[in-house]
Design a binder for this molecule. Sequence first.
Ligand code: HEM
Length: 294
Amino acid sequence: MTMHQPGIFQEGTKHHAFLEFTVQGAPRVLPGRALAIAGVEAGHQVVGFGPALCEALARVAAPSRDFGFDALDGMDGMHAPATQRDLFVWLHGDRRDELFARALAWRDVLAGVADLAHEDHGFLFRDSRDLTGFVDGSANPKAEARMAAALVGDGEHAGGSFVLAQRWVHDLAGFAGLAVEEQERVIGRTKPDSVELTGDAMPPDSHVSRTDLERDGRPVKIYRRSSPVGGVRDAGLYFLAFSADVARFRWLLDSMFGRTGDGLRDRLLGWSRPVTGSIFYAPPREALPAAFGD
Ligand code: HEM
C-alpha cells in the first residue's frame, strides 16, 4: 500500500525548522538516506522536492511536471515573489536543541551537493496563535478530511502531496494600532476565541472571506501547518500548506491578492507580505529510499 509521509499530520509539536536547499546540477540521487528515512519514519520530518529536482531524481515522479511557484502581482501593488528552491526539509519536535542538531546534520550531509538557501525556525505561540494574536488553524480540516485535502487520493501517486512554503513578514506595530474589533474584521474571526464572524458582520475582504472558497460547487480545501517564525525585527509566519491538487494554492492566492475580478483583495495584505515562495512535492514515503543514497 502506498503511504504518505506521516509527519505531515503530526500536530502539536512545539518547535519547527524549515530548510530550503538549492541543489547543484541534476543529481539522480541525493546523499543522506539514513537521515531522510529515520526522520520520516519517526513522523517528525517531511521532505519535498521542487519541479527541477523531481525531474532529475531517477525514482521520483510528481503527478504534474510544471508545478513551481510563479510570482504574482495583485491589487494595490501587492506582490508575491517566487524564490523556488529544490529541496525542502521540514523538521518538527518538542526539543529545540535536537531540532537544531538535525538541521545541522542535513546541512552537513548535503555539503557539496546543495546549499541551504533559506532557513526559518518556528515556535508554538501561546495556544497556536500567529504573531498577530489570532488562533491559526481553526478551520483546518480535521481527522479524515485532512487526508482528503492534503493527499493525492489514488493511482500511482497516491499518498503524495503538494506543499506551498511561503515566508511572510508582519507589520506587527501597524496591526496592533488597529482596535481589536477592526483586527477581527481583517481576519474574519474574533480574537480571544476564534469564532467566525457571520452575516453582515463578516466583511467580504476579510482573510476568511478571501480564503473560504468554492470552485465548481466544491470547497477548495488545503491542510495548513504554518508556524510563527523570526525575531522581534522580522516577526512573521512560515506559511506551510499541503494539497492534493496544486491548483488550489493559486486559486487561494489569486483571491487574496485581488486577481479574481471582483474588485476585492485580502485586507490582511495591508499588514503582512510574503518574501519567499516555493512549491514542492512531498512524494509517498516509499519513494524516499530510492531518492536518497548513502
Ligand atoms: C501572514 C499570512 C497569514 C496569516 C497570518 C494567516 C492567518 C489565518 C488565520 C488567523 C485564519 C483564521 C483561523 C483559521 O481557520 O485558521 C486563517 C484562515 C485561513 N487561511 Fe490564512 N493566514 C495567512 C496566509 C494564508 C495564505 C497564504 C493562504 C493560502 C494560500 C491562507 C489560507 C487560509 C485558509 C484556507 C483559511 C481557512 C478559511 C476558512 O475556510 O475559514 N492563509 N488564516
